[in-house]
Design a protein around this ligand. Structure first.
Ligand code: AMP
Ligand code: GLY
Length: 423
């Protein structure tokens, strides 16, 4: 098969890396890809991901048999609808199904309609109504811009005053633009967070291994929030019973509900979960592979990824036995100096050869005059896998100095929760 992967981050490098191992693959393209995908696929330049007509004509010219869409924005913009209308097979949800991520108001109302456990909430478009609501809530709360805000639209205000000014920032000052035309105010929950992604053909679900992301910049979960400083999979805190419960009470009802509402979801459904003292609650749904979770989950997939993805697109996922390796993977994000604020880019990178069962996924790099340089906040996801969590952690940190650039920063305690659990 000829396959095209859309996107340019660490997640897409991981997808390209896995697809490149498929026995079904003939030719692999990445649009636009990055210097990491360039080693495994042909990167396509000169076509904007936003130009669905141009992407469709590229697919026809190159006889692409399957398109995998990585990020949420092209999905929310209807790329799968546009390509499918041209007869191009796509792995990813339609625009209508992608609303499960693109609109938090849709997602919350949807969960309420289908009895999917989540935090109590209210939604507002007018500042006055939202501020009035604050009088009746039990603090602490969470305020969320409804639309896509590049991971920045969730605010955890500490005081009533901060809550009011946050609402004003979003609804009146429009700090998130149209993404903040509506807000959700919800109860703040506590507990460990787990990411559970699942393959789905719109009817059946095949859950992946659970993963835990590390959002804070610094060791001990201190410092500002980031796009993710590392991840590991599976998460030992997430037991088999929890997996079963989440499949029955979250994933399957979500997939069924979307289908019944005329928004059949094909692709990866990602449930961000919180394990609260009252049970498992959904924090959010995403309509795609997680980043960096994909960098730790896909290396553990035993089954050929294209077999699974084709089954999803063809509607026969129930016939595939999706198998996972009995190993653990850890990914440490190597970030630029200044991340997550003002980032220093353009630093030269050197990568020494890595041992077996390790990959350095590129997230923010580019080639300039034949040199590999940094070009973003999160530069690499250095990933290792081994028979157990302690060995995987040891391996990744034993090799972290093999990837170097000026100002590199990374957390030294990725997977600490799992390690504490196994001690
Ligand atoms: P979301 O994009 O909705 O998953 O929110 C981003 C992050 O905000 C989550 O990973 C949680 O850490 C936090 N968060 C979101 N909603 C809640 C909530 N209701 N209670 C506590 N933390 C939350
Ligand atoms: N790791 C969080 C996300 O992919 O949205």
């Amino acid at each position: 098969m000829n396959v095209l992967v859309i996107g340019s981050g660490g997640r897409e490098h991981a997808i390209v890396w896995k697809v490149s191992q498929s026995s079904r693959l003939t030719k692999l393209y990445a649009l636009p890809g990055n210097p990491g995908t360039a080693e495994l696929a042909e990167n396509v330049s000169g076509i904007s991901v936003d130009d669905h007509v141009a992407v469709a004509s590229f697919c026809k010219n190159k006889r692409i048999d399957l398109v995998l869409v990585g990020p949420e924005s092209p999905l929310a913009a209807g790329m799968v609808d546009s390509l499918s209308a041209e007869g191009i097979r796509c792995f990813g949800p339609s625009q209508a199904a992608a609303q499960i991520e693109a609109s938090k108001v849709f997602a919350k109302d949807f969960m309420a309609r289908h009895n999917i456990p989540t935090a109590r909430y209210a939604k507002f478009t007018k500042l006055e109504d939202a501020v009035n609501h604050l009088r009746s809530v039990d603090y602490p709360i969470v305020i969320k811009a409804s639309g896509l805000a590049a991971g920045k639209g969730v605010i955890l205000p500490e005081t009533d005053e901060e809550a009011r000014s946050t609402l004003e920032d979003i609804l009146v000052k429009k700090v998130f633009g149209e993404a903040g035309a509506e807000v959700v105010i919800e109860e703040r929950m506590t507990g460990q967070e787990v990411s559970l992604m699942a393959f789905t053909d719109g009817t059946s679900v095949a859950p992946m291994l659970s993963a835990q992301d590390h959002k804070r910049l610094l060791d001990g979960d201190e410092g500002p929030n980031t796009g993710g400083m590392g991840a590991y999979a599976p998460a030992p805190v997430f037991t088999n019973e929890m997996l079963q419960e989440t499949t029955e009470k979250v994933l399957q009802p979500a997939v069924d509900g979307l289908q019944n509402e005329g928004r059949k979801f094909v692709g990866v459904l990602y449930a961000g979960l919180m394990l609260t003292s009252n049970g498992i609650r959904v924090l959010e749904f995403n309509c795609r592979f997680g980043d960096p979770e994909t960098q730790v989950v896909l290396p553990l997939l035993e089954t050929d990824l294209l077999d699974v993805v084709n089954a999803c697109v063809d509607g026969n996922l129930a016939n595939v036995n999706v198998q996972w390796r009995n190993s653990t993977a850890v990914c440490v994000v190597l970030a630029s100096k200044g991340y997550p604020d003002k980032v220093e880019s353009g630093k030269c990178v050197t990568i020494e050869e890595l041992p077996e069962n390790m990959v350095c996924f590129h997230a923010g790099t580019k080639m300039e005059n034949r040199n590999l340089i940094t070009s973003g906040g999160r530069v690499f996801g250095l990933t290792a896998w081994a028979e157990d969590i302690a060995s995987a952690v040891k391996k990744v940190y034993a090799n972290v100095d093999k990837v170097t650039f000026e100002g590199v920063q990374y957390r030294r305690d990725i997977a600490h929760r799992a390690l504490e659990g196994v001690k």
